[in-house]
Design a binder for this molecule. Structure first.
Ligand SMILES: Nc1nc2[nH]cc(C(=O)O)c2c(=O)[nH]1
Ligand code: SF4
Ligand SMILES: [Mg+2]
Length: 246
């Protein structure tokens, strides 16, 4: 599997509190996979996709070399790493990049790991349909469909089949990254088009510092009250800023 590589050469595996979504605050081991099919201008993990020689624009104006930022391991190798990083009762959160680009190997991994974790969550951009061999092990999807503020083309960022699957899946929560108040119209349109229950919609401020998050908190809270949505913070950013593997 292609995994995000830390400076010491090891795969990006870390134990922390889930910082976003319905299980915010829960102790969890995180695994960060490399590769993404989208290219969000504000992405906080551009080292999973913004490779040297590619044309993708990003606010950081920085490119990454694949050899420095990808490490390969088999599901069996990773199982040992994840087990030794965990404590009893931990959740496992699989993120990226877009982890559902490597579903075959992910299925093998979660089959080996299921008994060791209280629940397995996947963070996804909602463009890929989960395969049954993987889906049967997943307790929660944190689906973050991208809005126009990400600057991806609409036909790339919204995929009908996958969105329909997640909209009807009670284990899927939709976490929209909101930059400005005008984004709310798009959230409402997606809610109506895919008939997503308001109780499974969360709004999350965009930001890689506590100061940036604080700017949108009050009006985002009011939007949640007005629409019956949930609010999620980015707890890890409040605690540790933009530090990697936290
Ligand atoms: N603590 C913590 N919580 C997170 N929730 C989603 C994350 C992500 O990068 O996908 C993340 C992350 O990187 N750290
Ligand atoms: S979908 Fe997620 S990982 Fe991919 S570019 Fe957007 S924010 Fe980054
Ligand atoms: Mg993140």
């Amino acid at each position: 599997m292609k995994l995000a590589r830390l400076p010491d050469g090891s795969p990006e595996v870390f134990r922390t509190l889930q910082g976003e979504g319905p299980s915010m605050g829960c102790p969890a081991v995180f695994l960060r996979l490399s590769l993404c099919n989208l290219h969000c201008v504000w992405c906080d993990t551009p080292f999973t996709w913004n490779w040297e020689g590619t044309p993708w624009p990003h606010l950081d104006k920085r490119k990454f070399s694949k050899s420095d930022y990808i490490v390969e391991q088999t599901p069996a190798e990773l199982t040992a790493t994840l087990e030794s990083a965990s404590r009893p009762g931990d959740r496992l959160v699989i993120t990226g990049g877009e982890p559902l680009l490597q579903q075959g190997e992910l299925s093998a991994l979660v089959t080996l790991l299921s008994p060791n974790f209280s629940a397995i969550e996947i963070e996804t951009n909602g463009t890929q349909l989960p395969i049954p061999a993987l889906d049967s092990h997943i307790a929660q999807y944190n689906v973050s469909p991208k809005l126009a503020n990400s600057q991806n083309a609409p036909e790339l960022r919204i995929q009908e089949k996958a969105m329909k699957f997640f909209a009807t899946c009670e284990r899927a929560f939709f976490k929209f990254v909101v930059v400005s108040q005008s984004d709310l119209k798009e959230v409402e349109e997606l809610q109506q088009r895919f008939e997503i229950p308001a109780s499974r919609i969360l709004l999350m401020p965009e930001g890689r510092s506590a100061e940036a998050l604080a700017k949108s908190r009050s009006w985002l809270a009011q939007e949640c009250l007005d629409h019956g949505y949930r609010l999620t913070d980015r707890l890890h950013v409040q605690l540790w800023g933009d530090e990697r593997a936290k």
